[in-house]
Design a protein around this ligand. Structure first.
Ligand code: GAL
Length: 680
């Protein structure tokens, strides 16, 4: 279980950029924040050029003035180290610190996150600004904690500077020791890729790189970010041990679990649910849209059960040249705030206090508009502030409860990025399971399998879904077998267990290490896409009329008579062959589905397992429970993502936490409404 933020009450904060505003505004800003029950501000994460205008010339007076005033108003401060935005003098003088495009051309100054993690010069300059900054501010009474950098691996998560290639070589030497080992691991005998000198190695700068290199590259990038972040974390721990350390964001090629375990007090996330309208392709039935952010938040609480949302959307987003979003409808800012709270946020920091009147994010709206007059977003945030004041001490420290876990791991997620034979299946199955469980109001957790994952972490769950773990070791298979023997229900899907840690295919029948557990072999298989048609699936009891399969079809042969065939293909040349099997093992069950999970199939499985919810409600309502460790206090959240009102039947006696009224079994939620119930 990861480390959590420790808050005594739900707390509101806001990202504040005093450097964007005339100093005369600060006092009025702070006064109004306090009126809204905002008690924390985040400062300085992009302000390197203000603190070190020229190389080695430091001036920390600006933020000292800001923090003195903030302190007078009783505001607490989170300081960001400014290393996401190296100043122009720095990149001009030391161009080796810049990241490069895939062809090696350096990225020029002018955006942000234009640096690379490997340059010794950049590491040195980052350590120095961090040391100077922490020394200058550490005794300020307003400070509660530090944010490292800003959103590691946002914008760019691939690196091609000379320093990166060099660092990759060092990393590979450490991992493999000899070129012989490396050549074996990457199968370089294929296409004469054999390396005979370490200097011949570089990060993948080709469209279809060696897949084993590509997998190692992601592991390297993750380790490299962590070692870069460690330089700053160590300085803060040394100079300001009284403050907490976190970082924000959830981006690719970074093992956030490991980073949090090694360096942080807890993880933080930036939640922008309105991105869903930017990404929506219009093709989906009942899309999750902003509610999809609950999947991200589920992943975040697998790192830290209680965490900080360092940036919570508080207005329409937009850059001057891209990211076009509609404005949050009345009620949605409050809805998204409680979406974060339901999933474990105890410190909620809005992005941002006021919309910038200049710069790239000129249309990224904050709580206040350019005109700085009262508006509906200010009123909505003030409402959340007054509600936090009422219920915040009860909710803080309680955590999300679920009996089902969706299992993932970084190796498979990274391998899936390029591998067309299992990557698309992962996304398909993940969406189907989350969506169907969400729409049927059955809470689900995310769980990341790691080298040191213990059986007790698995046995907490009655059901685990691990659908397309292409990479699977015998050790993992042994752990999963124990889970099933002890009563767990485990679900696999197509393409399970055919690769080893290097990403090489095993010379053994699928599903490799778990074939015996499932009691089956995969006898034949095909990708289904375009002209290659997906077979229909027949499961008379649960899916009368059948349904189409998606993504992949594996024809299963049953080896162990204990494995029962639950559903069969009903078209294609493998018509009548097994598609879905179930085997009872010990006190548990293992299921194998030779395809990617679709929504109807998950729906049917939920019926078959007789899973039920504490509420009856339209699909648009999200339901979840936060409870105290000893279960003496339980709070149910009802979040209506629809503009239409919703009626919810609650099958347990409960009290409305905000109004104190007893519930007579029914809750009426207005459009975008939120109700929090104390379960009695
Ligand atoms: C985040 C970032 C913020 C701001 C915001 C809106 O990703 O951390 O600095 O850019 O998005 O675009």
């Amino acid at each position: 279980m990861g480390q959590s933020i420790q808050m005594n009450e739900l707390t509101l904060g806001v990202c504040y950029y005093p450097e964007h505003w005339p100093e005369e505004l600060w006092e009025d800003d702070f006064r109004r924040m306090r009126e809204m029950n905002i008690t924390v501000i985040r400062l300085a994460e992009f302000a390197w050029a203000m603190m070190e205008r020229e190389e080695g010339v430091f001036d920390f007076s600006f933020f000292n003035r800001v923090m003195d005033l903030a302190h007078q108003y009783g505001l607490k401060v989170i300081l960001g180290t400014p290393t996401a935005t190296p100043p122009a003098w720095l990149t001009h003088k030391y161009p080796e610190v810049l990241n490069a495009k895939i062809d090696g051309t350096p990225i020029k100054h002018g955006m942000r996150r234009h640096y690379n993690y490997s340059s010794p010069k950049y590491r040195e300059l980052c350590e120095r600004i961090t040391r100077e900054m922490v020394s200058a501010y550490k005794d300020h009474p307003s400070i509660i904690g530090w944010q490292l950098d800003n959103e590691f691996n946002c914008e760019k998560n691939v690196f091609y500077a000379e320093a990166d290639h060099a660092a990759f070589r060092v990393w590979l030497k450490e991992k493999y020791g000899t070129l012989d080992e490396l050549n074996k691991a990457w199968g370089t005998v294929f296409w004469s890729q054999t390396y005979t000198d370490w200097e011949q190695l570089h990060l993948s700068q080709t469209e279809s790189p060696n897949p084993h290199l590509a997998l190692d590259e992601k592991r390297f990038i993750s380790d490299n970010v962590i070692s870069f972040a460690k330089l700053q974390a160590d300085i803060i721990r040394e100079l300001a041990p009284q403050h907490w350390v976190t970082t924000n964001g959830l981006f690719g090629h970074l093992n956030n679990h490991e980073m949090t375990d090694q360096l942080l007090d807890f993880f933080s996330y930036d939640s922008y649910p309105q991105f869903s309208t930017v990404f929506y392709n219009g093709n989906e039935d009942k899309p999750m849209l902003d509610r999809q952010w609950s999947i991200n938040l589920t992943n975040v609480r697998s790192i830290s059960p209680n965490f900080c949302v360092m940036e919570q959307q508080s207005g329409p987003g937009g850059w001057y040249d891209r990211i076009e979003m509609g404005t949050p409808r009345p009620g949605q800012i409050r809805l998204w705030s409680y979406q974060s709270v339901l999933h474990g946020t105890d410190l909620l920091v809005y992005f941002r206090w006021r919309t910038a009147t200049f710069g790239t994010e000129i249309y990224w709206h904050g709580i206040n508009d350019y005109h700085n007059q009262p508006n509906r977003r200010v009123r909505e945030v003030a409402q959340v502030g007054s509600e936090f004041a009422k219920i915040g001490t009860l909710i803080a420290g309680t955590t999300y409860q679920a009996e089902i876990a969706y299992l993932q791991d970084y190796d498979n997620n990274w391998d899936a990025e390029m591998d067309v034979m299992h990557g698309p299946l992962q996304w398909q199955s993940m969406r189907s399971w989350f969506k169907q469980l969400h729409y049927r109001h059955i809470p689900i957790d995310s769980l990341f399998l790691r080298n040191d994952t213990r059986l007790e972490e698995l046995t907490k769950y009655k059901i685990i879904v691990y659908p397309h773990a292409a990479i699977m070791t015998d050790d993992t298979a042994a752990l999963l077998t124990q889970y099933v023997e002890q009563g767990g229900k485990l679900f696999f899907g197509a393409r399970t267990g055919y690769k080893d840690k290097r990403g090489q295919c095993y010379m053994r029948p699928f599903p490799g290490p778990v074939a015996e557990l499932c009691g089956i072999n995969v006898e034949d298989f095909t990708l289904v896409k375009g002209l290659v048609k997906a077979a229909a699936l027949s499961w008379e009891e649960r899916l009368p009329g059948g349904t189409a399969t998606v993504g992949f079809n594996e024809v299963i042969s049953v080896l162990n008579p204990e494995a029962q065939v639950v559903a069969r293909y009903s078209s294609e040349y493998y018509k009548g062959e097994p598609a879905l099997t179930r085997r009872s093992v010990g006190d548990g069950q293992v299921w194998y589905y030779g395809s990617a999970y679709s929504e109807p199939v998950v729906d049917a499985i939920i019926d078959e397992l007789r899973l039920s919810s504490l509420i009856d409600a339209p699909a648009e309502v999200e339901f979840g429970i936060r409870a105290s460790k000893d279960a003496s206090a339980s709070y149910a959240f009802l979040l209506n993502y629809s503009e239409q009102p919703a009626t919810v039947q609650v099958k347990q006696s409960a009290k409305d936490l905000l109004t104190g009224a007893m519930i007579d079994g029914t809750v009426e939620l207005p459009g975008y409404g939120v109700t929090i119930l104390e379960l009695l």
